[in-house]
Design a protein around this ligand. Structure first.
Ligand code: MN
Length: 250
């Protein structure tokens, strides 16, 4: 006869922690997403990795349980999705991931659910709203800074350049400053801004490094990798904490 509840029952309390959907690449192992998972978890959310190729019904069920959407880094968006032919320097594309992320992004934008787009994520948000991308910055935007400081040549928290934040923006208020040192692991970038966005951070070469949607409760895309910068005092968990709070965390 047991007189005590097993330990797992003791912590089975209702949780106010929001569910954050993080789509992954097709057939990709999940270790790549660990820094995002850690950051969301530390900020008080429940990270939920989701692989592509969901049918319509599964997508709808997932969306109804989603408190927020995090679009992570990864490969290039298929340029036919913004009406361009592939550039010779285009990287590998994953159309199933593009489709899942674009569908969830449109849904979250429409329903006013919080969205944080990181690196590839800001590019997906731009394409989802009719914007276009530079397919390859070094060849299509000569004179650009070196934005492609990739691992393993560079550590994940390598500061590649500074960004200037738009005073008064959600991003500037969240970070509590108007200039920010950032890492940079991208060869593509935002070109023509999609509908409903405002550019709120720029690199010294003029490239858009962040955008947000005024009027939406929390829709923000950043071109750098904040999940690799939580150890830096200028960054910490600020961005993730603000995002997860917007998703309903206390
Ligand atoms: Mn950059």
């Amino acid at each position: 006869m047991h007189h005590h509840l097993p330990p797992w029952r003791k912590s089975a309390m209702p949780s106010p922690r929001p569910s954050i959907i993080i789509p992954t690449g097709s057939g990709q192992s999940t270790w790549y997403y660990q820094p995002y998972v850690d950051a969301v978890q530390k900020a008080g959310g429940i990270p939920r990795l989701t692989s592509p190729d969901l049918d319509e019904e599964a997508l709808e069920a997932l969306a109804s349980r989603m408190d927020g959407l995090l679009l992570a880094g990864g490969g290039d968006v298929d340029p036919c999705l913004y009406g361009q032919a592939p550039h010779p320097a285009l990287g590998r594309v994953d159309r199933a991931r593009d489709d899942l992320e674009l569908a969830l992004a449109c849904l979250a934008l429409r329903r006013g659910l919080p969205i944080l787009g990181i690196c590839r994520g800001i590019q997906v948000l731009n394409v989802a709203t009719g914007g276009t991308l530079y397919q390859d910055l070094p060849s299509e935007r000569p004179g650009s800074l070196q934005h492609g400081c990739f691992q393993p040549q560079f550590p994940a928290d390598h500061i590649a350049h500074e960004v200037t934040l738009e005073p008064g923006s959600l991003l500037a208020r969240t970070m509590g400053r108007e200039a920010l040192p950032v890492n940079s692991r991208h060869h593509q970038g935002v070109d023509r801004l999609g509908e409903g966005w405002r550019a709120v951070a720029h690199a010294p070469d003029g490239l858009v490094e962040a955008m947000e949607a005024p009027g939406h409760p929390f829709a923000l895309g950043v071109q750098w990798h904040p999940e690799s910068l939580i150890g830096l005092p200028e960054h910490g968990l600020r961005l993730f904490a603000a995002f997860v709070r917007a998703c309903g965390a206390p």
